[in-house]
Ligand binder design. Structure first.
Ligand code: UCC
Ligand code: FAD
Length: 666
């Protein structure tokens, strides 16, 4: 080692930092490279399918600007703040009384990111704000914005997902009259307007409270109870000046008592929740805060959700925050346990139909969860790609020239591209359902991907939502793990010192919950089975909707994919065989296989369709690789079970739980 200088803390080799390019660049902009319009090829390819051939500048410009804002140091400082200055509870006043006015503190970063995303239209662009939103698929515009945001948002999108879901639910009830709930019509109309607003000073967010100690997957054991108030109780609130919410809107005539085990949007303005009534599980609307006697309500100017939290002229609407959850990730998100005592609420829809009502929220939040899975991975891959241009291995070779590294991460990129396509198909179907087929496919290449008939669009989306929620989130976790490994030891570290953009560990921690909340993978599998084996529907939904969609897409792909189409058809036969042959209970046991099949087939169709547009070499290869790796019929699927499914269940039990495990199934 003669002549070799020892390194020190300040001398020797220092790794150059990778630069993360913006994910999207407006075609023709000065920062557009020759070969591509963005760092994330798949996003621009997807937009070129679902939006008009020349993407309108009202869409491309905001996306271009936003993809830079999400990487700006000032934004990333908020992201790091969310993750490190975690929420705190302040349950008591100085003199030991219950703190009913401001029991929760969130970080400055958390509040700032919430404002940024409201302005950026993360929820609002899903609703007709701009003139162009009438003629193009606004959900595609909205979710493209969201896709860019996930990597920096520190999960502030969680309340946004529930806000969007609540808006969809309230929109269904905008024409409901007051009936026996004075003030309901006014409250639903005003809340809806605030939920979809682009103005942080006016906009609201919503929570969604379903999970209780008795169960989150199965909510039939809900112990929260709602009852109608007596005339005396209503009068007493009027007399004490506590009959309005924090914004001066009427409070509902129902009183809710109970305990919610998980509430993520604890700093929200309102919540949609489940509670038992004498007619069964029902859905309710409740504001989080109400006026205290004699105070003037918050006007619209002062009425932002952020200012209201610190406002001492209002108090919690019968909600006590018992404890904040200690979590692996989603650190900035104030997930709490809530005790509800005398919370005033409006009934939404019909008593006893709570699950059906709240499903409107669930289906939106599941789409957001899938979108987050793809969005986190997009950032992880961006960091991984950037690192290959600066890190040298094998005595000086850059990682971007290392064949093994390229092969490995190309596989991860194939899965990312497949899943981003799957998410955007769901998004496009949502837009088609809301705006109509013609409005969203006119002058686009999306035609064959979006069925003409609304009922078919809705059923296809109904089938695909749980599939994408389950599969995209699972892959996001494994993909982000790979991204961390692709940076070596640095990848495992919480890299916040240089702005936080390189912190894949945070994305990994945040991604894991995507497989659990809004229904676990098994619950998603059960949900698909619920649709495919619906006893009320006689004709096979699988073949009439999903099979028909697949055949239409396969008929439109490039002829050089003929072998791949055959593979996909075979895979579909395996799926159909499973669905037709097994009863609902048997299919429930093999529900994850159903998820795998539908994911494999849908992604294969989308990737081939995408590649066929311009026969781009990489896109063609992505489609072929996906099909070879994911769409071949699996051995497990080809092996028929012995036919005696109780024997199979018994074997499962022995393998997982041991030979002495006794079934308690009756
Ligand atoms: O986790 C939560 C929030 C976390 C934060 C989320 C942020 C996301 C942001 C991402 C970005 C970062 S909130 C809690 C979420 N909880 C769940 O997802 C619950 C999971 N469990 C289920 O989904 C179950 O399948 C249940 C609760 C829906 C099952 O309830 P039931 O009552 O046992 O189910 P039934 O009897 O089968 O269904 C009752 C009715 C049926 O309609 P009819 O009566 O006409 O046959 C079903 O078809 O509800 C209908 N239904 C649905 N309809 C059930 N599920 C759906 C659905 N998904 N869509 C439409
Ligand atoms: P369980 O339902 O007890 O599930 C335990 C196991 O049983 C799981 O593996 C599950 O897959 C399996 N299982 C359950 N049912 C079936 C079935 N039918 N078939 C096969 N397997 C099954 N909830 C809210 O309401 N609002 C919120 O804001 C909210 N925020 C959250 C934030 C975080 C960070 C987390 C972690 C959770 C949050 N939740 C929220 C709760 C979440 O929705 C539930 O944890 C989830 O739905 C699972 O319910 P559980 O925890 O009761 O698990």
């Amino acid at each position: 080692m003669d002549g070799c200088k020892p390194s020190s803390a300040t001398s020797g080799f220092f790794q150059a930092s990778p630069t993360i390019p913006p994910q999207y660049s407006r075609p023709g902009s000065s920062s557009t490279s020759d070969h591509d319009t963005s760092d994330d090829t798949v996003l621009s390819r997807i937009l070129s399918i679902y939006l008009p051939n020349t993407i309108p500048s009202e869409i491309s410009k905001p996306l271009h600007d936003f993809s830079r804002l999400v990487l700006h140091p000032s934004t990333l400082a908020h992201t790091v703040d969310c993750d490190t200055d975690v929420p705190t509870l302040h349950p008591l006043t100085t003199f030991g009384e219950e703190n009913k006015t401001s029991p929760l503190r969130t970080s400055e970063g958390w509040r700032a990111l919430k404002q940024i995303q409201t302005r950026a239209g993360v929820v609002g662009y899903g609703y007709p704000h701009l003139a162009i939103h009438q003629s193009f698929n606004r959900r595609v515009h909205q979710f493209a914005t969201l896709h860019l945001w996930h990597g920096s948002c520190a999960v502030t999108t969680c309340p946004m997902a529930m806000t969007d879901g609540a808006a969809v639910l309230l929109r269904r009830h905008l024409n409901d009259l007051d009936g026996d709930q004075p003030g309901r019509a006014e409250v639903f109309v005003e809340s809806y307007k605030r939920l979809v607003s682009l103005d942080p000073a006016y906009a609201w967010t919503s929570g969604q409270w379903m999970t209780e100690r008795s169960g989150g997957s199965d909510v039939r054991g809900t112990e929260t109870v709602a009852r109608r108030m007596t005339a005396k109780e209503i009068e007493s609130d009027v007399v004490s000046g506590r009959d309005r919410d924090a914004h001066g809107l009427p409070l509902g005539p129902w009183l809710v008592d109970g305990f919610k085990w998980f509430s993520s949007a604890t700093d929200a303005d309102m919540a949609v929740l489940l509670a038992q009534t004498s007619r069964g599980l029902s859905a309710f609307y409740a504001p989080l805060r109400r006026c205290v006697g004699g105070s003037s309500p918050l006007g619209t100017e002062a009425g932002s959700s952020e200012s209201s939290r610190h406002d001492f002229t209002s108090e919690m609407n019968g909600v006590r925050l018992q404890r904040l959850k200690s979590k692996l990730g989603t650190k900035g998100l104030p997930t709490a346990e809530l005790e509800l005592k005398g919370m005033r609420a409006f009934l939404i829809g019909t008593e006893g139909q709570g699950v059906k009502e709240i499903s409107a929220v669930l289906n939106i939040t599941r789409l957001y969860t899938a979108s987050a899975g793809a969005g986190y991975l997009a950032r992880g891959l961006a960091v991984s790609r950037a690192y290959t241009h600066v890190r040298r291995v094998r005595g000086g070779q850059l990682l971007c020239d290392n064949a093994q590294h390229l092969a490995w991460m190309a596989d991860e990129s194939v899965k990312y591209r497949a899943h981003t396509h799957l998410v955007f198909l769901g998004v496009a179907l949502l837009g088609a359902s809301e705006q109509g087929h013609e409005a969203v496919v006119a002058s686009t290449r999306a035609g064959v991907l979006i069925p003409r008939n609304k009922e078919t669009v809705d059923t296809l989306l109904r089938i695909l939502t749980p599939v994408m929620k389950a599969q995209v989130t699972l892959n996001s976790v494994s993909g982000l793990r790979a991204c961390m490994e692709s940076l070596g030891g640095v990848g495992y570290c919480e890299n916040n010192d240089d702005g936080g953009v390189l912190n894949i560990a945070r994305l990994f921690r945040d991604s894991v919950v995507g497989t659990i909340w809004e229904g676990t993978t098994s619950v998603m599998a059960e949900d698909v089975v619920r649709v495919l084996k619906n006893p009320k529907v006689k004709v096979s939904v699988l073949d009439r909707v999903f099979g028909a969609w697949m055949r239409a897409v396969l008929a439109a792909v490039d002829p050089t994919f003929s072998k791949e189409c055959e593979t996909v058809n075979n895979r579909y036969d395996a799926l159909q065989n499973l669905v037709d042959k097994l009863d609902a209970d048997q299919l429930h046991r093999r529900g994850r296989e159903v998820l795998d099949h539908i994911e494999a087939i849908a992604c294969a169709c989308l990737l081939m369709y995408d590649a066929s547009v311009d026969r781009d070499i990489a896109a063609m290869a992505v489609a072929r690789r996906w099909i070879v790796t994911n769409a071949l019929p699996l051995d497990k699927v080809q092996q028929d079970s012995s036919g005696d499914w109780t024997k199979e269940v018994d074997l499962d039990r022995r393998i997982y739980l041991g030979p002495d495990a006794v079934s308690l199934m009756t």
